[in-house]
Design a binder for this molecule. Structure first.
Ligand code: SAH
Length: 357
């Protein structure tokens, strides 16, 4: 049987069936001498009925189930720890991956429905100074199956269906480009979960060449760009990615993205006292974004215990007002799950492990 590799992780092992597209599965099953329609049955067992044990696929013959077990694995995630916020309905999951690594996933409750924040990598290379995800370093990319399973397992555990997915957990989605694209295709596949990408937001720190690549995919998702400062010196201090792709190049890429896709971009801006919230910052930011089809989402910077960044009470709202007076529309993001360290920038691949030993 020919193997379709998603990454080097899989070579020599059983094929990770949840990472396969329907056409890849069809090809593999045909190569095993099976009928093509079997692939669709199996695909729907996995992605629609969410059955993760070949023995429970009752309309598949016992003989084929055995062959599936020999050739494929179902890449499961295990709930290592679950924390529920006592101030809102946020739930944070620490998931153990099949190789023993960990990632965090957050289920959020909004008036319009449930939304899930998933991680895209084990750790992060980007090194943003205010973010906890980079502190323990980078280990590896997540497979498409591991991205999907964060949704499937969380929905199953919580007994809910999510109406939105945000790629804003641990990791940089555009640094795991091909797996993230494959995940998005699987998630929106009409024969699978069929979630419209209009309900998906992908957040990037600004890897410029990948923004151009993403524009070409012409997806309906919302692109969120972590800007955090309109000044190159300051942005490079807090976001090392700016040294490779500065603000001018980033904004040019964003303009291109908007013109190719026709979609509005969201700029994320963590408001930090003494770093990026002065009147001058507001003026520079307004000059940078004026006339663009975009929205500014302000985040009062969340606490990371190893760092001293702060937003004073009302700081984000005051910055929003400054921007408003300059003609730039900005909203302040509601902080969810701060009592369980589930808010933006608080997720970690080694979260809570110390107290579990
Ligand atoms: N790597 C992606 C996704 C990361 S998290 C990115 O950089 O966009 C999603 C958002 O949370 C990003 O805008 C990120 O910059 C922001 N963030 C990180 N740490 C934060 C903190 N301590 N407080 C508020 N927002 C933070």
């Amino acid at each position: 049987m020919s193997k379709i590799n998603n990454s080097d992780n899989n070579s020599g092992e059983k094929q990770d069936i949840l990472s396969l597209s329907l056409s890849e599965l069809q090809e593999l099953l045909e190569g095993m001498g099976e009928k093509k329609f079997r692939a669709k049955q199996i695909f729907q067992w996995l992605h629609v009925r969410r059955v993760f044990d070949f023995d429970e696929m009752t309309d598949i013959s016992v003989q084929l189930r055995c062959r599936l077990k020999e050739n494929f694995c179902i890449n499961g995630l295990f709930v290592q720890k679950k924390l529920e916020s006592s101030i809102d309905n946020t739930v944070k999951y620490l998931y153990r991956l099949s190789d023993g690594n960990f990632v965090e996933t957050v289920l959020m409750d909004y008036s319009f429905g449930r939304s899930i924040c998933i991680s895209t990598q084990v750790g992060c290379k980007m090194g943003c100074g205010f973010c906890a995800s980079a502190i323990a370093g980078f280990v590896r990319n997540l497979e498409p199956s591991e991205l999907l399973m964060q949704i499937y397992q969380t929905e199953r555990d919580a007994g809910v269906r999510v109406s939105g997915v945000v790629l804003m957990g641990i990791g940089e989605p555009l640094d795991n480009y091909s797996n993230v694209m494959k995940f998005l295709r699987l998630l929106s596949d009409k024969d699978g979960s069929g979630l419209s990408l209009r309900h998906v937001t992908l957040s990037t720190c600004g890897i410029v060449p990948r923004i151009y690549e993403l524009a070409q995919e012409k997806l309906q998702l919302t692109l969120a760009v972590s800007l955090h400062s309109p000044d190159n010196v300051r942005r490079s201090e807090i976001m090392p990615v700016n040294r490779a792709y500065n603000i001018e190049r980033l904004i040019e890429a964003c303009r291109h993205y908007i013109s190719v896709t026709g979609r509005r971009i969201t700029f994320e801006y963590a408001v930090i006292d003494g770093v990026n919230s002065s009147a001058e910052d507001a003026k520079k930011l307004a000059d940078l974004l004026r006339g663009m089809n975009c929205h500014v989402n302000l985040i009062p910077v969340n606490r990371v215990k190893e760092r001293s960044y702060r937003t004073s009470s009302g700081g984000a709202a005051a910055f929003a007002q400054k921007l408003g007076r300059l003609g730039i529309n900005a909203t302040v993001r509601r902080t969810l799950g701060s009592d369980i360290e589930a808010a933006c920038g608080q997720l970690r691949r080694d979260a809570g492990l110390a107290d579990m030993q």
